[in-house]
Structures are given as structure tokens and as C-alpha cells.
Design a protein around this ligand. Sequence first.
Ligand SMILES: CC(C)(COP(=O)(O)OP(=O)(O)OC[C@H]1O[C@@H](n2cnc3c(N)ncnc32)[C@H](O)[C@@H]1OP(=O)(O)O)[C@@H](O)C(=O)NCCC(=O)NCCS
Length: 208
Amino acid sequence: MESALAHPPALSAEEAARLYLCDQTRKGDPVVIRAIAPDDKFEMRDLYPTLSERTLYMRFFRVISAPSLEAIARYTDVDFGTHLALVVLWGPEQRMVAAGRLIRATADSDVAELSCLVIDEMQYRGIGRVLVRQLLAVGRQWGINRVIALVHAENHAMLKLLKSQGYPTELVYDEGEFTVTLDTHQPPSDDNDSHHATVGAMHQGIET
Ligand SMILES: CC(C)(COP(=O)(O)OP(=O)(O)OC[C@H]1O[C@@H](n2cnc3c(N)ncnc32)[C@H](O)[C@@H]1OP(=O)(O)O)[C@@H](O)C(=O)NCCC(=O)NCCS
């Protein structure tokens, strides 16, 4: 029998656009995670020049330089029906340090692609972990049962982070990248160990 938590209350696009969550990293640092807003494009534009080539490559699989405000608006002016995006705010100034998103083909699809980025100077402090955890939880309320992420094979932090969220996970390797699929139909188990990961097809010698 499925638990009562298996089907969380539905989250409409209007509600998703007003999300405002207070959370903390594993170390106890407080963060605010809220729905992205069109005005975030200005702060996001200022952050781009601070990003390393590696960070850009891990996120976009190519190095992009200084996108126009119009291009950035595609990431900030989103509809919350097919594209749900969250930003992480840090410190007393509530500055933007990360963003993550779920994108699905149609508003009634239960499959979404996940991506995220933490700015270089704030990486490896637990921000990515809390952002992905919230994206997956919000995604379940948004009607998502399967989350897919394309992850570079050398992106060990992202692979570790996805595999240890407590959802059944499958990894399929092809030409330097993993397609990671998380089954979010059921709530996450508390036992957030990487043994939840099952490797669908893995290139020999690639350690995940
Ligand atoms: C990948 C990314 C989102 C992770 O976010 P983060 O805030 O830096 O990572 P966290 O501090 O939450 O750590 C996540 C896990 O990775 C591990 N980790 C951190 N740095 C690592 C490294 N260099 N190598 C291997 N694992 C690492 C951590 O130990 C942590 O696991 P734990 O919580 O079990 O200890 C972030 O580094 C990033 O934005 N990178 C560039 C863009 C990118 O790769 N986006 C993802 C595309 S799908």
C-alpha cells in the first residue's frame, strides 16, 4: 500500500510562482529558496562574468560568454507551468548564489529535466544539495514522477548529489555524459545512500 505522502498536494503554476522556502545546508547555514522572478535577470547578468569555464561547461556543455539580457530573460521570465525555476539567496544581503530548474514538455507531463548552477565562490558548501532536494520535493507537488538530468561524467559532485537524494536512480552512460533518471513517484527514503543508484549501462572504467 502506498503511504499518504506518496501523492503530495498539487502545486499549481500560480502557487509555484510564489514559492518562498526557508531551509538550511547540512552545516546549518540558512538559505532562502524562492521562485525566480523577471527582475532576477539583472543580478544573474552580473554573475555570469564570475563563472569559471568549468562551471559553465558542466552546466551548458559549452562555454558561453556574457549572454545578453534578452537571452538571460529566457531563464528568469518563466511560466511555472512547463518551466519551474528557483533561486537560492544567501546571507544578510540575500544575494543570489544559485539557481535550478525543472523543465517539462507540456504542463501535464510528469517527466521533467533538472539542471542547476551554484556560483563558483559558493560551491561545495552544501547549497547544491539543498537546492536539488527542494527542486525534487517541489517537483513532486508539481506533478513530476520522473526527473532526468544530463551530467558530465567528470561532474562527480552532481552525480553524488543526485544519487544520494533517496529516490531510485538509474544512470546510463553515453559519450562522456550520464543520463541520470530519478523515480520521484514515491517519497524519498531516509536512507540517503548511494546504494540507491542502479547503473543501467555504464562505460567501463568510469567511476560514479
Ligand atoms: C554540481 C553543483 C550543482 C553542486 O553543488 P554544490 O553546492 O557545489 O555541492 P554541495 O556542496 O551541495 O555538494 C554535493 C556533494 O558533492 C560532493 N562534492 C563536493 N565537491 C566535490 C568534488 N570536487 N568532487 C566530488 N564530490 C564533491 C560533496 O561531498 C557533496 O556530497 P555530500 O553532501 O554527501 O558530502 C555545483 O558545484 C555547480 O553548480 N557546478 C557547476 C554547474 C553544474 O555542474 N551544474 C549541474 C549540471 S546538471
